[in-house]
Design a protein around this ligand. Sequence first.
Ligand code: ZN
Ligand code: ZN
Length: 360
Amino acid sequence: MEDHSNRLAALRSGVRDQPLYVSALPNIRYLTGFTGSAGHLLVTADKATLFTDSRYSSQAREQARCAAVRISRGDARPVLVAEAKKLRLKRLRFEANRIDYGTYAYLNAELPRCRLMPVDSVVEKLRQIKSASEIAAMRDSLALNSAAYEDVVNRLDARWSEAEMAAELEFAMRRRGAEGAAFPTIVASGEHGARPHAEPRDQRIEPRALVVVDQGAILGGYCSDMTRMVALGDPGAAQKALVQAVLEAQAAAIDAIRPGVECRTVDGRAREVLKKTNVGGVRLDELFVHSTGHGLGLEIHEGPRIAPGQRQRLRQGMVVTVEPGVYLEGLAGVRIEDVVAVTASGCEVLTGTPRELRVL
Ligand code: ZN
Ligand code: ZN
């Protein structure tokens, strides 16, 4: 409750009191606490009003204590429009990247005297800086995710398919109290691991192959995200050297994280390390085909982006992943991912699971 009123106050102070229509559900949750799957929020200089439908009447009143709640039968947008007319809004900002076209067209037609003004990432910018209670929630989510990994990796069986291992991991998360998986769990062995976003196959995990396991849970609304490498039997010196190179790249990137550092610098550190290693005449940094990391919180992908060219500076309270990877088509993939919080003077790794390759 206190968190939510502080967030609404921060939102208002940043926007010179211009009314904002919030359509993105994670933003509504962040500002009011409301977790329902349908809702619209109108924030004006002196009031926040949540519009939702009768399925959520008791839940909305219980959760959104710092907002007025308006319940409709069915579509809540006509009630939102009526409120905007009653308030005689001349301007209304909307979340350009988070509104559907039908809603935009509807507001545009129904509010002819109100100028609709697109804005981008107004609430998302506030969300980039996590409060102490949010960081505590993320620690819990990460601890649960790590525990689910341990539950399963210790029972890993050569008869399991990738899809079965992924299912076991998601079941372990739910059993430990997660609301669900933060994204579809990735289990990719051997050459399949060369696809960064591989979908688990109905095929057995290959012995002595590197297996990429990328998993995240949602707990208390907050996402976790971790990638670890495992193998059923020794994968051999060449593959272990790949894992070692990625571990070193990740360590160099984490080492660069502190307030004031540009995101592109952190990304560059990982690439510099990978540049030093060659495999079959190809430099490993050329096989690192995605960015080094991303913010996370109520959503699995948030700002800031730890990527080439990103000049945004890290600030205390940001929580980001550091996940360099290399992908050799037809052979294997390696990625190692931890979650790191930016502190007053440096950073703290929030993921508890050891990073080294686990040979079973
Ligand atoms: Zn991940
Ligand atoms: Zn990630």
